[in-house]
Design a protein around this ligand. Sequence first.
Ligand SMILES: *[C@@H]1O[C@H](CO)[C@@H](O)[C@H](O)[C@H]1NC(C)=O
Ligand SMILES: *[C@@H]1O[C@H](CO)[C@@H](O)[C@H](O)[C@H]1NC(C)=O
Length: 796
Amino acid sequence: MNRVSFPCLVLVLALVFACRSSAAFNLSMGSSLSVENPYQTLLSPDAVFTAGFFPVGVNAFCFGVWFSEPSTSTHNLTVVWIANRDEPVNGQHSKLTLHKNGNLVLSDLNRFTVWSSNTASNSSAHLHLRNTGNLVLFAARHNVVLWESFSSPTDTLLPQQLFTRNTQLISSRSVTNYSSGYYSFYFDKDNTLRILYTGPDVSSLFWYDPWLLSYQAGRSTYNNTRIATFDSLGSFTSSDNLIFSTIDYGAKLQRIFRMDPDGNLRSYSRKGLGDEWNVTWEAVLQPCKIHGICGANSYCSYVPSTGRKCSCLPGYIMVRNTDWSYGCKPAGFSLSCKSNAKKEFGFVHLPRIEMYGYDYGVYGNYTLDQCESLCLDLCNCTGFHYKFGDGQYQCYPKAQLRNGYRSPAFVGDLYVKLPKGLLNATFRDPNNMCSAKLTEQLDRTYERSNPNGSIQFMLKFASALGGLEVVCIFVVWFFVTRRSSGDKKDSELEVLAQGYLQAAGGFRRFTYSELKKATKGFKEEIGRGGGGVVYKGILSDQRVAAIKQLNDCNRGEAEFLGEVSLLGKLYHMNLIEMWGYCVENKHRLLVYEYMEHGSLEKNLSSDVLDWRKRYEIALGTAKGLAYLHEECLEWVLHCDVKPQNILLDSDYNPKVADFGLSKLLNRSEHTSSEFSRIRGTRGYMAPEWVHNMPITSKVDVYSYGIVVLEMLTGKNPTESNVQWDEGGGETYKKIIVQSVMEKINLAAHHAETNMGGEDEEKLEILVEVALQCIQEDGNARPSMSQVVEMLLHREF
Ligand SMILES: *[C@@H]1O[C@H](CO)[C@@H](O)[C@H](O)[C@H]1NC(C)=O
Ligand SMILES: *[C@@H]1O[C@H](CO)[C@@H](O)[C@H](O)[C@H]1NC(C)=O
């Protein structure tokens, strides 16, 4: 420290203490704390907590307890208890008095009692703020507790504070408004801990998942004690078996556990005075599943940069311009009963939007037409869900459209009932950054020759999404992904449903030390590339994992979390499953399932794959990519399809790895600006990258075609003597095609000896598909789902 500044510091500290000199440790009978003197406060003996008046609005004050030290960067007080959150007092003449009868009373200029401890008729008492943050009124003689703030929490639980059948945490109305909000955390009548949303017009339980029975959610209903505690090491224990540790469990830190205004229950910690609070646990991992965030007739969707956003359903407009909890109302139409409903109303189809609850019932084995006419006949039916389950299509007509959220994992479509006149109208939602119009521009995208036009728009759009340098993942407005669910294969739907369950489970945050331990200090390297080194590790629950340490990921924590949680939600049997991630200081790691047989590259060089297996691998890989391109609402382009990124499980089922990575990493492999947008691996890269043409899902189709050719010939395009240049892989292509032809001719010659006729047929189909995929003109290439169709329809 600078020598001159030291005496200054001492002086400043002395002044601070002088100013605080009116802060006391005890309030005795007959004395009071006044709102007019901000330094009249109570301090805990270790000075960590302060009790006193704090402003909550213009000339409005509350009495409460807070952490003495605000976060240095935001200057926000961390208030942990409030006496009068819904009845702030005047900035003059208000005071907290400990009356001679032992009653602690908060009074206002006009109101004698705003709040009281109801402890009159005690001959002696004193008020004391303990080191735990508990404000306690003691009967002086026997140190009997007459009243304590810990028994009436506001929205926060502190370590050592018992949570009981008589207490609940109620969220604040907003981050800046401390009055009672919409969410409460409490022990329900069945002895389990729940979160209840109580909004302006409805209420509903949403945590734990309301469709689960308590035991399915890991809760017990049998213990009637209804007690939960939370300690300063980060462990939470409840009588209903809800037991968890925070991600930083074990360190003795300042901690709080709070029902937040956004409906999530979180635990926070901070290391020292003035630090920011870090989230160390949260109840709901998918923020759109929180009820009431987007009110009636609106739906919540995931946005990487801000977490989530609300949008009105088509045909509906916002009720209150700034407050989504009031939802949306019909844009000038009514659904009242009309005899000619069938003529006047129709439906807008919105894939993959869930609206939980408010069903008239479930109608099994209904066709879409039957479901539509059912809803038209019910005069208050606002729309319906149509989804596949239990081996048949089911129809769920809705009385109200609430708890809406859009998720790539949700299996089912929403049909909103609207007057025919509104069906084709375009609704522009000002909060919605990707409306249908913008998407049209997105599709054209990026011509460098036109820097003022679409590219600038693209860049703005991209930075709005999270500051990407080049967009590899397109978030495309949902209405234009027009595939109807009707023609989806049942098996595909089941796979998705399975994914829905899985996605709801395991995805979590790991600490760096956890992963270090799992990999025994990053010892066993199993792969390299795609932005980092991959290590084998064994997690604390004994699962074997592949842990990827990202090298040059310069994404900030929030951005990284946004992207990663999106990737964590993707599930398909042909995509590597992501179990979690770690973001800590400079460390950025991803935790994946471990694949027994390693990469396709490794297996191609050995001779374990027969033609049948190769065919299955080509098909599985195509399914995984098709899911990325089309099933996901957010179009995810892989941009680096190659045999190293196709992994094989113990049954040689392929799983695509490293998808979405191009977005996580801000790579700049080539310093020359000409090449700065190039992603992928030479040899597998589509000509569009080189020719500066729009990047669409067809770049992955091209790479896929090259991979199939490589599977057929064993010739690695990166090892060929061909120089990769502005001509794309043209020369390589010629060589490899020639080689394929030779192989086929060879195979034909040996048809009787080496290969069965079936194998030969497979080979021909693969060649045919691969050649279509590597066409120079991206538009001429099939889509990944067409490839799947082509391969499927020739199954043997
Ligand atoms: C806080 O929210 C309550 C309830 O919505 C409202 O009545 C009150 O005016 C708000 N206070 C401030 C300071 O905005
Ligand atoms: C569904 O309905 C069709 C025609 O009405 C019928 O043939 C079929 O057996 C039904 N399926 C089930 C599972 O009930």
